[in-house]
Design a protein around this ligand. Structure first.
Ligand SMILES: Nc1ncnc2c1ncn2[C@@H]1O[C@H](COP(=O)(O)OP(=O)(O)OP(=O)(O)O)[C@@H](O)[C@H]1O
Ligand SMILES: [Mg+2]
Length: 528
């Protein structure tokens, strides 16, 4: 185990990370921080939730000059929520060094961002489309950037941002350091690496499986028409603290959200067609626990770090194994445990096999809870509740009435009636979710006739390996469910900036044509 002191960091940075509750460096941090500090280019790959943000954030902040008024580090992220979150984390790491990171993303008023940029942040965390807008308007100067980081680089390629990224990287000083991070590294990444990186060191935290071992993974085979009722039953039996339900399209996300609310759950939806103000509100309420179910497209699959997410439900089987890895990685973060349950229709069963093959991890088959099982579970909960109330000994004012009732009725009958009153009956409010075409297996399994799709550099090409398995590490994170929202600019109206059209409609790969239209009809160059 490596402490941050052993990594030769300045006092300001050590204080910063200790204040965040980090006691030891995670494996990816221990391996990449020294390399990052040396100034060379770096590709970092490690499982979800294992601290990649700080792995690139710490050396980047350490290397920059807090007194300078120039932008010295640029981070590109695929979604707005991720840009905001990364900026927040960097602001915490750099707090003692008085370094400021500004998130810059589509959907927020550009004037507001221009004013914030005039305050000279040393770090800008941007979505590619909006950054391009600022570059075209000359409202930010990237001449002094010494480090550029592509967080979730493969997803930015999936989203069709490759041209923007090429343009952005092409304008940066050639001497700058380039870092590239993700939990998954499909071979296309090599193109970016070849073109824009100088003999990068490849660091991959070795792990037997692509997913962290503290996520319990299962699937349920069922008919499309059964999905919604089964989902509700699972939520009732699993009682997640916070959960994320992934759906394939924006329409399904809207319908599911509406249905859950109708059945009395506190849920809200997140997808690319919502205004930025609404997106901000949903995330804020989910982090606070005001809503405990987030229904989302793949827009929420990458990078989001929300503590308390104990369950991920894939209402629709993910389009590809990468999407699966990132979706389920929203739980089981920073050494915590989590559960991931994937729904699969019989015709799509091949996807489960493909995912298992690529992630090198078997999912267990789970059966949909029956109504009887649900009732039995609810009855047990009611009995526990009754016992709790008896033990609390605070029902004295009811004892006289209870005595009178006991004289007239059998004790067993009275308790049975009380239990019935406390038992939650499954809600059968009818909910209609529009049906959807099954994923075509052919497209899904197109990785070389069913062979293992190896993540880039998996075969010992890494600069230095680690014997650490998985993402488990010690160290507490005291923030709990209440994350500081500092650094998050208050929401403005949707601006008419061109980046909105490109970034606004992201619904995940499954909804590709729709999201492409929203990004100006651009076709992603790297189809999977
Ligand atoms: N050294 C550490 N000790 C304890 N907690 C840490 C440490 N480093 C990071 N964390 C916490 O772990 C959580 C996950 O970190 P982070 O979001 O950087 O993961 P990631 O590897 O980028 O995951 P993803 O692939 O999903 O983006 C965060 O809450 C972060 O604050
Ligand atoms: Mg991340």
């Amino acid at each position: 185990m490596t402490t941050f002191r052993e990594l030769n960091l300045s006092e300001a940075l050590i204080k910063g990370v200790l204040k965040m509750g980090f006691e030891e460096a995670t494996p990816i941090q221990a391996e990449t921080i020294p390399v990052g500090l040396s100034g060379v280019d770096l590709i970092g790959q490690a499982q979800t939730g294992t601290g990649k943000t700080a792995a690139f954030g710490i050396p980047t902040i350490e290397r920059l000059d807090a007194k300078s008024r120039h932008i010295q580090a640029l981070i590109l992220a695929p979604t707005r929520e991720l840009a905001i979150q990364v900026a927040e984390e960097l602001n915490r790491i750099g707090e003692m060094k008085r370094v400021h990171a500004l998130p810059v993303y589509g959907g927020q008023q550009i004037d507001r961002q221009i004013r914030a940029l005039r305050k000279n942040p040393q770090i800008v965390v941007a979505t590619p489309g909006r950054l391009m807008d600022h570059m075209n308007r000359k409202t930010l100067n990237l001449d002094h950037v010494q480090t550029v980081i592509l967080d979730e680089a493969d997803e930015m390629l999936n989203m069709g941002f490759v041209e923007d990224i090429e343009k952005i990287l092409g304008t940066l000083p050639p001497t700058r350091q380039t870092l590239l991070f993700s939990a998954t590294m499909p071979p296309q990444i090599r193109k970016i690496a070849d073109r824009f990186m100088t003999t990068p060191t490849h660091i991959k935290v070795k792990a037997k499986e692509m997913t962290v071992e503290n996520i319990d993974q299962s699937f349920i085979e069922l008919k499309e028409s059964q999905k919604f009722d089964v989902l509700c039953r699972l939520i009732d039996t699993d009682s997640p603290e916070l959960s994320i339900i992934f759906g394939r399209t924006k329409k399904r996300v809207d319908e599911m959200t509406e249905g859950l609310v109708q059945r009395g759950y506190t849920a809200d939806g997140l997808h690319g067609d919502l205004t930025q103000a609404k997106r901000d509100q949903v995330i804020r309420r989910f982090k606070k626990g005001t809503i405990d179910i987030l229904v989302a497209t793949d827009v929420a699959a990458r990078g989001l770090d929300i503590s308390g997410v104990t369950h991920v439900y894939n209402f629709d089987v993910p389009q590809d194994p990468e999407s699966y890895v990132h979706r389920i990685g929203r739980t089981g973060r920073a050494g915590k445990t989590g559960s991931a349950i994937t729904f699969v229709t019989p015709r799509e069963f091949g996807q489960i096999k493909t995912i298992e093959r690529v992630t090198n991890k078997k999912m267990s088959r789970r059966h949909a809870p029956t109504l009887d099982e649900i009732l039995e579970g609810n009855l047990k909960l009611a009995a526990q509740e009754l016992i709790k109330r008896v033990e609390a000994k605070n029902s004295q004012e009811y004892t006289t009435l209870a005595q009178e009732l006991l004289e007239e009725y059998e004790a067993v009958e009275l308790i049975a009636a009380a239990l019935k009153g406390l038992t939650k009956e499954p809600d059968a409010t009818p909910v209609q979710i529009s049906s959807i075409e099954p994923i075509r297996v052919k497209r899904f399994g197109n990785n070389g006739g069913g062979g293992n799709r190896r993540p880039y550099g998996n075969k010992g090409g890494s600069g230095s390996g680690s014997s650490n398995r998985g993402g488990g590490y010690r160290g507490s994170n005291p923030r709990g469910g209440e994350r500081r929202e500092g650094g998050r600019p208050s929401e403005g109206n949707r601006s008419s900036s061109s980046s909105d059209r490109r970034e606004g409609g992201y619904a995940g790969r499954s909804n590709r044509s729709e999201s492409d239209r929203n990004r100006g009809g651009r076709k992603p160059r790297f189809e999977k």
